[in-house]
Ligand binder design. Sequence first.
Ligand SMILES: *Cc1c(COP(=O)(O)O)cnc(C)c1O
Length: 370
Amino acid sequence: MKVPFIDLPGQYNSLKGEFDTAMQGVCANSTFVLGPHVQQFEENFAGFCEAKYCIGVASGTDALHLAFRALGIGKGDEVIVPAHTFVATALGVEMAGARPVLVDIDSDTFHIDTEKIEAVITNQTKAICPVHLYGNACNMDDLLAMADKHNLAIVEDAAQSHGARWAGKRSGSFGTAGCFSFYPGKNLGAFGDGGAVVTDDADVAKKLRCLRNYGSEIKYQHPEFGLNSRLDGVQAAILNIKLERLEQWNEQRWEAAKRYSDGLQSLAQAGKIILPDIKSSDEHVFHLFVMQLENRDGLMQALAEQEIQSGIHYPNPYYLEGAFKHLGYCPGDFPVTESIAQKIVSLPMFPEITCEQTDYVCEQVHQFLK
Ligand SMILES: *Cc1c(COP(=O)(O)O)cnc(C)c1O
């Protein structure tokens, strides 16, 4: 049996008729950039996130970059980000001209360790950017209290958590801005790059609409120094169709996570692996199912031999990469991040994964650790 890491062609084929008709519709009236499909999607996605406004942009990286700029964060400012996340969280800060200041993660949740935030706050700190990593919503009570105490903004990186809730509220709707990616592999993925910012703040929304469109609201008037970062009509048409299925798909992801968790429980009890807390199906939307073990590389090789794909999210702490040399961080600065980077492995995860496939993966993990 083959188990792919994710099955995008399968999802396309299951709704092919609807997707093809929608794409033909965009082509027929040729509203390729912004336009009515984008407007409709912005309305739909704001509603889904329980936020007032949604502004479609070109990518999740730009969603972060433009959200910081819309909040007036730039040169000379600092933004607190987790040491363990996809590189784009820190890139968004850098693109706005500000400095990412890193904080280690909590070893149980993989989220920024809120207790370690206070130690790095300076006069330059303007915002905290928590990441709802792997689809698991952060504890926003603690983060909001910390931001409140120090008068900092919260910009959420919700690129992996479309639909996840904390205390009943959607991820992305807690901070001044919530940033999403619609990269094809995300829980809500387009047929190319795309992103969005959601916010309840009318001024921030207005500024974002301006920034994404050459710094212009009225053609040929440029009050802001903007850029070209817009969502395409084709992407919006696809996203409108997929958004209707998102909650169902997130539920299916959670059910697959539950099957992994049940199937591997005895190994966790024997101390051979560490499983993620599966929480409830709306708190954790399982963008990724990430477990930890000592011989991670051995397991990945054994799975590959059985035609099971797996991944590491992420193998190299980004602050040790060349791009971030100027920040001056060294190996050993974030021990939790560096320790888990050696042990984490992501098992195949997509809404359509079958019981036979998750059972087979569990069987092979047992076989390897026997
Ligand atoms: C995917 C991702 C991004 C960036 O989104 P793009 O659309 O690829 O630019 C940012 N942060 C996190 C946590 C992500 O997973």
